[in-house]
Each structure stands twice: as structure tokens, then as C-alpha cells.
Design a protein around this ligand. Sequence first.
Ligand SMILES: [Zn+2]
Length: 453
Amino acid sequence: MRTHIRCGKLFTGRGADAAVGQTIVIEAGRIAFAGPTAAAPPPRPEDAVQDHAGAFVMPGLIDLHTHISYGDAFTQEAIDLYGSMEYRALRAMHLARKVLDAGYTSIADPACSGLVSPAVRNAVEVGLFEGPRITAAGPALTSRQGLYDWYPSWIGVPPASTGVQVRSMDEAIEEIRRQTKEGVDIVKIALDGILSVPGKGLVSGFNQAEVSAMVTEAHRLGRIVAVHARGTEGALQAARAGVDLILHASGMDDACIEAALANGCAICPSLTLLTNNIDFSQPTDDSNVWWPPLQQKELDGAVAAIIRARAAGVPVVTGSEAGFAITPCGEWHARELETYVRLLGFTPAEALHSTTVASARFLKEGDSVGEIAVGKWADLLVVDGDPLADITVLQDPAAITAVYKAGRAVERRAPFVSGRHAGEMSQGMWNSLYTREAVSRRGLGPLAARAAE
Ligand SMILES: [Zn+2]
């Protein structure tokens, strides 16, 4: 049996336009034909015909920076400490499903607790649960003062953290080999993290020789290598070492751009975490005074760096850094594309190309997904609207009218958010310091009445 999909407009993932009057024919989950309806093989009696003749059809979206094990956490402690690994895996399964429901047929998860994301990947692959295709890392390798080493040294990096601290090159190489054996697709290395030096910015937790050795070993073992590098030093080390994917790259300078071009590195800016922090932070958040301005400063630097890198020819792929309370899974992924258009000078077609064809290269499926072309997996998104005219339509759940994965229509669920947030397991009781002034400012209690007098 074949499935014929009638498309009002068809955007293949390439080019500047969508074509009208097109049909996709799917056989055994893959695209057997894509082109003008008049040229399509006629449906046979046993074939199914899906009429999306009023809709915009495009490849399923790809988000290369989605942390399904983080649990949409309110705090870093909730990510690192609370909830059993078993609970995290079940929660991650639920969140992965939400991402698929939003039209994302593939994600990469660069850093998780334990083996949560590889486990969810496997459960989806064998058909136990509905979910997106997942290209998964294990915990990110980190060093002293790198990301994840934010607790006092007498605590260290907790075993359930989404990072793992390596204290020597031997430990790093051993960890890469262990993770490879355990089935990770991506080796993730956290370069800069905590330490910032005046005049230099964020300092990497590793030196160049260490980064190069880790990347060489991970590549020898056939893994994709992604790094977290906001600062200039970490981004430069990564580019010189020839990593596949630099996440953030906010501080990328000309030397880094040159090395990225020479070694074929792509960047995945993941700006949605910044834009959401800037736009959604509230005066009632105690961090409101310092956090949004800090994020705005990073965004300004990142935008300038990415525009320069892209103009020089460095590929810019797409991820949103979903998984935090400010970027819940399934909610804001497509906001990244709006940011590409509004701030980075992408045309909508270029943004769609970035989140489909260009990003597919960093999935374990490679270029067998991300494009509507003969032989590719039939991962499709059907939109009531035209993202080439208005990229924000992809953020509207009501506009996503159907999602196909390997040619099969996904049964999308009604939105569901658990009434009890998993972060409550942290025994956290208050999110603020309830000084007399703070209570009064919020209009609470008798102090407010006094203030109003
Ligand atoms: Zn991340």
C-alpha cells in the first residue's frame, strides 16, 4: 500500500519557494515520488490518499538542542540532584512526545542524566512509544570550573548530573569509550562554564591539547562531537579541534571563524534560551534586575558573531535549548526560526532550510531525513498557513494540522502539563526571599495596606 499526500504548497527543504499542485507518494515509510500531481503515479485501489490540498507541506522540523532529561526544570539543582533516574526516563519520554506533537520529528539531545536519552531513543525506535527520532548524548564531559561543576568541591559533580567530571586525559578518554559502548550518538564536551577573566571572558575548562585529544578519540569511535562554548576561548579550541557542532558560539571571533571554515564545523546558536529569559522574565522574579540584562548582552554579542560567521560561510543549524522552565519541551522550539529571521537576517526559506536539510547532517539518521526527496524517510509537517510568508505560524499549535513520521500520521495528543511539577521533589519551598519590602511590593499582607496609605 502506498500513501498519496496531496499538497497545497510543497516546500522540500531546499530553494526559496514552495511549489503548488504537488503530490508526495510514500511507500514503506519512504518518499517514492515528490512532484507535480499530474506527473505522480495514479493511486491504486489499495492506496490511501490524504488530502492536504489546502495546506503547506514541508519536512518535519529538527531541533538539535533539546534536553528531554532536564524535566523543564526551575533550577539547576532540580536537574542535577532530584528525581530518580527511572523517573527521569519516564518524564523524558513524555516530554519527547510533546516535542513530536509540536511538529519536531527529529531532535538531538546533547547532554542528559545517565543514559536517559539513549534509553528513550531506543524505546521509540523499537516502537514501545511514540516519539521523535532522537540522536542522543550521555552526560557532557566537563572539567574543574567547567559547566556542571558549580557546586562546592566537597560535593563535586553529582552522579545524576547531566555532566560528568573528568580529572585527567586518561579519565576523559575512558569516559568517551564507556559512553560509546553504552550507545551514545554524540559525545558532548562542556568547554567554558563558570570562570570569567577580565579582558578574556569565559575561560575553557580544558586546554587545546586536551580538547583535540577528546575530539580525535570520539571521532575515531564514529561519534558526533558537540561542545558547549559561549566564550571565545572555548569556541576557538573547538573549531581548531574540528568538532562537528559548536553550541552557542556567542563569542566566536575571526580566528574561530577561520578555523571553523577550515575544519568544517557548524554552529548551533540556541538563542531561544536567551530571548525567553529576556522577554519572559518578570519584575516579580528576584533575578529580574540582573539576569535579563546579562542575557541581552550575550544575545547582542551572539547576533553579531553569528552574522559574521554565516557571511563567511560557516553553516548555522538550529536548536532551541528546550528543557528548562523558561523553554519547556514542545512549546518554543520554532521561536528560534523567528529569531533567525528577525535578528540574523535569514529569509524564512533560509530558516526552514537551516532547521531541516542543514540540521539533518547532525542526526544519526544523517541526510536520510530533513528533505522531501525520493528515498528519504517521509517525515512531514502539514501547516495551515505559509511559513514562507510568516515564520511565526510554526509556533501556533493550532496551525500544525498533521505530523507524519516515516509516512505514518502521528496521533497528536491534547496539550498536557502535569499539575505537580517534578521540581517539587527538591523540597524547595520558596522561590523568593520574603523580606518586608518584597511582601509589600507584591501587595501581600498588612504591609501592603500600610504602603497604600
Ligand atoms: Zn544545552
